[in-house]
Design a binder for this molecule. Structure first.
Ligand SMILES: [Zn+2]
Length: 137
């Protein structure tokens, strides 16, 4: 299976909503997580078993699932400012954001579990998401 086929089949396998959640959870922290969450791992395992695929290396996950789940644009890299969640003045609900432009990533939210963090951080983003974001701001 090509990476594209894996994405398409995996989305069919888990359903659209779960697929979106799977992708967004891959990219919800910056720097990116070093390992999959338990539920992500078991979803992939079920999928690989069903299609009789060999298990893939963790690094491959980001190469396979490097598309925006909403727009299917290839994700790009950028360096953005880290901001406090309270500074975000959004007129759009979080839920709507997740449906319209989940991967705009104009800013990075501050990781509250860390005491010190850099001013800027590398993120991935979808350029279509950023366009939509601009239309709403
Ligand atoms: Zn997008």
């Amino acid at each position: 299976m090509t990476y594209e086929e894996i994405r398409i089949e995996f989305e069919k396998f888990v359903g659209n909503e779960k697929y979106n959640h799977f992708i967004l959870s891959l990219y919800d922290t910056f720097p990116l997580k070093k390992r999959l969450l338990f539920w992500q791992e078991s979803l992939l395992k079920d999928f690989f078993n069903k299609y009789d695929l060999e298990t893939i290396e963790y690094e491959q996950i980001y190469r396979i699932f490097n598309r925006c789940p909403v727009h299917h644009y290839k994700l790009k890299h950028d360096t953005v400012t880290i901001i406090d969640g309270n500074e975000v003045n959004s007129t759009i609900s979080y839920r709507k954001e997740k449906n319209l432009f989940p991967m705009a990533n104009i800013y990075a939210p501050r990781d509250l579990n860390r005491f010190s963090y850099p001013k800027k951080v590398n993120v991935v983003f979808c350029s279509r998401c950023r366009k939509v974001y601009e239309e709403y701001h």
